[in-house]
Design a binder for this molecule. Structure first.
Ligand code: NDP
Length: 292
């Protein structure tokens, strides 16, 4: 059996198209242009690339992009003052502070300074708490993108055995919450988990967010399972995921490739969250299919 490829790139392109249409309607009917502010502190090359591609994607769907750059030595107070200004700026509907921050900054304090209704990354404790308690939240972009791909492939996730490998605040934990909210039976694995291959063999859905190249093996996979590979690992052979793609695709029913799977969904979901935040800020109906 060779798994079907889950084409995240095509799904994300269609999603961005729907967002662009909704943005155009928002402008035509209400004179509103959604605005996304992206803040970069320091010169980290990977972060600079991410910020540039987020800015480009923002403009492509007709939103306003605001980029703010601070030096790596900027005091935390300067960043907090900038966030306070963006919180108060009605032209800004979404605020994203690119991580990681320089070591002298308190990441949690900075993130939690973002107004929850503009927290389009969904990383503030308020949004994490809302997600965990089943309230309307801003949901982290990467797991939201994974959920969209899973629902598109499987329809209802109710009763499915789902294994999330990884328990980070940005991927693993919110992914588990989203799957649970969709009534999957969820197991979360991490570096101290025993018998990971056995757990994996029982799963109808595997989401790998480990940060280790080709970690998930072909003989760990239940035949026909759906495998979502969140990993982005730079190796001598280029970008690879957390799943041993060539081996797993011989067993799984469907799998996301790397690149071209989850990655494009993350940026599309950032735009989706910005549009949702704009609708909520203006008391307008939220466009359908952009939230869980
Ligand atoms: P983190 O490093 O924060 O978390 C990795 C998780 O994997 C931890 O919970 C860790 O466990 C677990 N882990 C590590 N080793 C093992 C092991 N041997 N067995 C089982 N679990 C293990 O990573 P992120 O969640 O931030 O990212 C995960 C991956 O996803 C990375 O490759 C990252 O680049 C990628 N990523 C991709 C995105 C996209 O847009 N496609 C967006 C965000 C991330 P423990 O908690 O015990 O340490």
């Amino acid at each position: 059996m060779t798994a079907e490829l889950i084409d995240g790139k095509a799904f994300a392109a269609a999603l961005r198209g729907r967002i662009a249409t909704a943005v155009a309607a928002l402008r035509a009917e209400h004179g509103i242009t959604p605005g996304l502010a992206v803040v970069l502190v320091g010169e980290d090359p990977a972060s600079s690339v991410y910020v540039r591609s987020k800015g480009k994607a923002t403009v492509e769907v007709g939103m306003e992009g605001f980029q703010h750059r601070l030096s790596a030595e900027a005091p935390q107070e300067e960043l907090l003052a900038l966030i306070a200004r963006l919180n108060d700026d009605p032209a800004v509907n979404g605020i994203l502070v690119q991580l990681p921050l320089p070591r002298h900054m308190d990441e949690a304090a900075v993130i939690n300074a973002i107004a929850p209704e503009k927290d389009v990354d969904g990383f503030t404790v308020l949004n994490a708490g809302r997600l965990a308690t089943g309230q309307k939240a801003m949901v982290p972009c990467t797991p939201l993108g994974c959920l969209m791909l899973l629902r598109d492939r499987l329809g209802s996730l109710a009763g499915k055995d789902a294994l999330v490998i990884g328990r980070s605040n940005i991927v693993g934990k919110p992914m588990a919450q989203l799957l649970l909210a969709d009534s999957a039976t969820v197991t979360v694995a991490h570096s101290r988990t025993r018998d990971l291959p056995d757990l994996c063999r029982r799963a109808d859905i595997v989401v790998a967010a480990v940060g280790r190249a080709r970690f998930v093996q072909g003989d760990w996979i239940k035949p026909g399972a759906t495998v979502i590979d969140v990993g982005i690992n730079r190796t001598g052979d280029g970008l690879v995921g957390d799943v041993d793609f060539d081996a797993v695709r011989e067993v799984a029913g469907a799998i996301t490739p790397v690149p071209g799977g989850v990655g494009p969904m993350t940026i599309a979901c950032l735009l989706a969250n910005t549009l949702t935040a704009t609708a909520r800020a203006n008391g307008l109906p939220e466009p359908e299919g952009l939230t869980p």
